[in-house]
Design a binder for this molecule. Sequence first.
Ligand code: G4P
Length: 292
Amino acid sequence: MSEMQTIQWFPGHMTKTKRQIQASLKLVDAVAEIIDARIPVSSRNPDLNHLIQNKPRVILMNKCDMANQTATKMWIDYYAKQGITAIAVDCKSGRNLNKFPAVVDAVMKKKIDRLKAKGMKNPTMRIMIVGIPNVGKSSFINKIAKQNRAKVEDRPGVTRGNQWFTISKNLEMLDTPGVLWPKFDDKVVGEHLAFTGAVKDQVIDIELLAVRLLDFLKKLKPAEFIERFKLTDLDLENTDSYDLLQLIGKKRGMLISGGEIDTERAAIMLLDEFRAAKLGRVTVEMPNGALK
Ligand code: G4P
């Protein structure tokens, strides 16, 4: 899967992106980091802490509709212990997005109080969205924009060309998200990103990826996965994952001439179904265990 490293991000590209994000960061008081609730480790940018320094942040665990609910709660507690506020959101349905302004307010309280104490009447806080490709940044911004139609024009001191959405009385959001790169030099991270479809399939050995996914599903045994492929009678953990892929292909009647099983088609189908959460609401990475 080494080809994965060559896509999307090149050193020059990263430097440019970093500069753009640093420029935007100067305009905002806080950062909302969007991550994929199914892979909270792999969907985070490794340099974000360094980039945002001490700026307050909120973590939006997006796609929570596809993640395991207990796991999402565990992650939220895990972040809370580190002093970070995280909320589970679903930018497809818009679930929990209404909580966003209040959560940001709470995170910004110290700064708001400080400004008020200095005599500022209604300090307006500004926030920007950051995240790696495909985590749902545009979906988030579109949903929030729909709920909050009023766009604010540039104000003095704010670079021309920036658009801001008013999302509550004292909160504005930059309409352009910061696109960050994942930790793509880590093989497991690459695999987990590929499980969710965050990385393009053309550059991946799809059968190998499906086998890796089966390694994981075999241990976790989500009920929907077992049910869908009728695997109840199988000693899953002692079944080789490639054999399992063949079995799944056979059960779906995916044969090529000569009666052989079309494992490539089976792999594509398995990944498609996983990505659509048809094999259950699966969280691939758990707190503490970090990467599985
Ligand atoms: P980005 O700006 O960070 O790159 O991500 P974007 O919003 O384009 O979202 C990437 C994909 O993830 C989109 O699917 C989007 O619909 C989906 N998505 C975003 N948030 C959620 C969520 O909370 N739950 C679910 N289930 N899906 C979400 P797509 O297949 O690329 O497009 P489409 O299905 O919207 O046509």
